[in-house]
Design a binder for this molecule. Structure first.
Ligand code: HEC
Ligand code: HEC
Length: 387
């Protein structure tokens, strides 16, 4: 042990820059420590390049939730990304944000419920994070219990199922990692580590996760009327697009009245008529506000990347998009707060009774909403992983 340390000190002195990383590993890690274990403690800061959406089209910019005191900056995103992937910020070092919000799954969890630091499961299904920034109400979580994104990103750390830290423990955990002082300095002007700054940086990283480059988006460029067929899409995809985007009056299903704009985000929470599950009571937004009129209303994530971000709904009750479409087709339940958009003129739950062709068309259209680049872009990936 002593010999190893001595060897490290000597070679570090003779060739400080080039040789240090190579010898540091055996000296520190004495017996066999797997390579990725070593990297799990050292993010590739140089590779953690910041990402900013090139340009946010004006209709979406109007929905942006960026507060005046937390502009999105490259250094802030870089810091936020490293915090997002840092497992040491959970009670036992096993869980990071990315454990439940995986890039390949559209920053969602491919399992119905997520597993927290102690192996216990979350009450609700995790949410996809792309386009979360487009949220003019600014409230987050399926029941809107977080007042802002800055507020939301701190809650998982002290959640008893998710990451299990004690209140106030986060800053000490961050401070114990040698690279953060420098990163806080570049993001905020000095190396002081505060919870407020950590939340700002994490919110910036979440805002940098946009999905605006799907096949739909590419085809949409230069088309003033999004209801008209796009030559870039197949006739089946165009049929699905029409059904999704057109109102019922226009002959469509009016999905876009709730899954709004080209970001396909939810501006207001709604009750979309899911029958209550006996073993999983959940009043959604009603639990947050305590109001009868909010019972059964839920916030949904953007439908961009929806094909990779199942299972679906707040309780992950649907494993496939077929089941989702079947729900809208003939499964909508009559509930006190069922959205007017999903009721027929007599107030009863709507029955779309889609034909097999139209069901397949809706799914084909939803498949055009996947931003493949976002799912694989290394700039959004885990900076702690060996390259
Ligand atoms: C153990 C799994 C787990 C971990 C770890 C986790 N999340 Fe989540 N996340 C969830 C679940 C489940 C929800 C939905 C919960 C709800 O709505 O009640 C959620 C919701 C969110 C939302 C709300 C999105 C929206 O549009 O309203 C954001 C943002 C988010 N998480 C970011 C993060 C960040 C940042 C971290 C790390 C600090 C993190 N999550 C850690 C499981 C997790
Ligand atoms: C009245 C508003 C409304 C309309 C209209 C509507 N939805 Fe939804 N949709 C919601 C709500 C609310 C949720 C989330 C419900 C929950 O989690 O409990 C949702 C969830 C979804 C999901 C799952 C999202 C996820 O991340 O789990 C898909 C897919 C979806 N809707 C597709 C459609 C399609 C296709 C149509 C048209 C046939 C449609 N929606 C019409 C409100 C609506």
């Amino acid at each position: 042990m002593f010999g190893a340390m001595l060897a490290f000190a000597t070679s570090a002195q003779t060739a400080p820059v080039a040789a240090a990383p190579a010898v540091a590993a055996p000296a520190v890690a004495a017996p066999a420590v797997a390579a990725d274990e070593r990297y799990a403690h050292e993010p590739d800061i140089a590779a953690a390049l910041p990402i900013l959406a090139k340009s946010i089209p004006p209709p979406l910019a109007a929905l942006d939730s960026i507060p005046a005191d937390n502009p999105v900056t490259p250094a802030g995103i870089r810091l936020g990304r490293i915090l997002f992937y840092d497992r040491s910020l959970s009670q036992n070092g096993l869980v990071s944000c990315s454990s439940c919000h995986a890039q390949a799954a559209g920053f969602d969890d491919p399992t119905r419920f997520s597993i927290g630091f102690k192996g216990r499961i979350t009450r609700r299904s995790a949410m996809a994070l792309a386009n979360a920034r487009f949220n003019p109400r600014g409230r987050y979580f399926r029941d809107e219990r977080a007042a802002s994104l800055e507020d939301q990103v701190l809650q998982p750390f002290t959640d008893k199922i998710e990451m299990g830290l004690k209140p106030g423990e986060l800053t000490a955990r961050i401070a114990s990692r040698p690279w953060y002082g420098h990163l806080f300095k570049s993001a905020f002007g000095n190396p002081e580590i505060t919870e407020d700054r950590a939340s700002k940086a994490l919110a910036q990283f979440v805002r940098s996760i946009t999905a605006l480059n799907s096949r739909y988006d590419v085809a949409r460029v230069g088309k003033p009327d999004r209801l008209a067929d796009f030559p870039e899409l197949s006739s089946q995809e165009n049929r699905g697009k029409f059904l999704f985007l057109a109102s019922r009056k226009e002959g469509g299903a009016g999905c876009s009245s709730c899954h709004e704009t080209d970001a396909f985000v939810m501006v207001e929470p709604h009750d979309n008529g899911l029958p209550a599950l006996k073993d999983r009571p959940d009043d959604g937004v009603g639990e947050t506000t305590g109001l009868e009129v909010d019972k059964g209303k839920f916030r949904a994530a953007s439908l961009k990347n929806i094909t990779v971000s199942g299972p679906y709904m707040h309780d992950g009750r649907f494993a496939t998009l077929e089941e989702v479409i079947d729900h809208y087709s003939h499964g909508i339940a009559g509930k006190p707060n069922l959205a007017p958009e999903l009721r027929s003129t007599d107030g009863k739950p709507l029955r779309f009774d889609f034909s097999q062709t139209d069901k397949a068309a809706l799914i084909a259209f939803l498949e055009t909403l996947t931003d493949e680049n976002l799912l694989t872009d290394p700039r959004y990936g885990d900076p702690f992983r060996p390259k």
